[in-house]
Design a protein around this ligand. Structure first.
Ligand SMILES: *Cc1c(COP(=O)(O)O)cnc(C)c1O
Length: 370
């Protein structure tokens, strides 16, 4: 049926005229970057919109994680999850720290807090959990463990724009939370990211780190870097921010549509999610990898391109880390597929995709029934 290609995601974009209007202002003022007026406005509006006070924007989500590690002066082992995008562990490596993997919970796909303590050593300095697909981690338990062992917590909240926990933005938890405004994420500035913290001191430090370590454009007080968001990126973000609520509502409906149709397939299972998640992704878990590959091939033949998020499990990248078995993460990685889900995807396209899955996966069951 589908003549055009359907990808796993497409960016949510404001009408071009609305971006152009902001671009005109940049061209008139000649201010392109350097914590300019649009970056300041973007940070303020993101903060108001999501209910967080300190928003430190930067070039991308990976750098946000690195700045967080830098700001907390971490040196040593950082406990993290193998079921994530490579940026999580790369940010740890780039800051000269060692990622230590802890396996995930088989239902939420987030780091299993029950397995954290056995990995804590004399060298452990922090925990970096990921709210996988916008599904909130076991924040309370992680907090208790961190306090008990005097560890910092940095949340990789790259998937979690628009996610709340106990009535607050999920960005309010941890010493620092980091998100991504990459084109494929819930809110995009093309490339971009941000750190969120409740500490004024850390907020100021992060601002210095992203600007070469300068304090008041005068003295250098940190070993900083250049991680500033530009005015052009902030303009795209400001225009797109107006559509965030609509996009979140849209995702929720489309998620429900998928779930409703696919629940008819007994061999499929789904991520156990928290109520206030953002429905940013629609992952399905097959009974085995062979079934996943069969479905992927059939969808690709129809120009539909779901993605294997996350495959392989990060602990299997053995040029980067010595291999340590993570059975649950490896098992889920081998069987999980994210189906197309984005603002301009139509309900009839979803129905077409689900009908293909029903046909492919329920065929055998029906023949057995007869
Ligand atoms: C996208 C992503 C990042 C990195 O964000 P970028 O803005 O692409 O650098 C980090 N962690 C996770 C889990 C992600 O999905």
């Amino acid at each position: 049926m589908s003549l055009k290609n359907i990808y796993v995601t497409m960016p949510t974009l404001a009408p071009l005229e609305e971006v152009n209007e902001l671009m005109k202002g940049i061209w008139e003022s000649g201010i392109m970057t350097h914590n300019g007026p649009l970056v300041q406005r973007f940070e303020k509006e993101v903060g108001e919109h999501l209910g967080v006070s300190n928003v430190v924007s930067c070039v991308n989500g990976t750098f946000a994680l690195q700045m967080a590690i830098r700001a907390l002066k971490l040196k040593g082992e950082i406990i993290t999850t193998p079921f994530t995008f490579i940026a999580t562990s790369n940010s740890i490596l780039w800051e000269g720290c060692t990622p230590v993997f802890v396996d995930i919970d088989s239902e939420t796909f987030n780091i299993d807090p029950q397995k954290i303590e056995e990995k804590i050593t004399y060298h452990t300095v922090a925990i970096m959990p990921v709210h996988v697909f916008g599904n909130v981690c076991d924040i309370e338990v992680i907090d208790v463990i961190a306090r008990k062992h005097n560890l910092k917590v940095i949340y990789d909240a790259a998937h979690a724009v628009g996610v709340n926990y106990k009535g607050k933005s999920v960005f309010q938890y941890g010493d620092i939370s980091c998100t991504s405004f990459h084109a494929t994420k819930m809110l995009n500035t093309t490339e971009g990211g941000a750190c969120f913290t409740n500490s004024e001191e850390l907020d100021a430090k992060l601002r210095r780190i992203r600007f070469f370590g300068f304090e008041n454009h005068a003295d250098i007080v940190e070993d900083g870097t250049n991680a500033k968001m530009t005015e052009v990126h902030a303009a795209v973000g400001l225009a797109n921010l107006k559509y965030l609520d609509k996009a979140l509502e849209d995702r929720k409906q489309k998620y429900a549509c998928y779930k409703n149709e696919l629940s008819k397939i007994p061999s499929l299972s789904f991520q156990k999610i928290t109520e206030d998640c953002n429905y940013g992704y629609f992952p399905v878990i097959f009974k085995d990898e062979a079934e996943l590959l069969k479905v992927m091939k059939a969808l690709n033949d129809e120009n539909i391109y779901p993605r294997r998020y996350f495959y392989p499990s990060i602990n299997a990248f053995n040029r980067l880390f010595p291999y340590i078995s993570m059975p649950i993460s490896e098992d889920i990685s081998s069987r999980i597929l994210c189906l197309p889900l984005y603002y301009t995807l139509t309900i009839s396209e979803i129905e077409y995709i689900t009908s293909l899955l029903v046909k492919l996966l329920n065929e055998t069951d029906f023949t057995l029934d007869r």
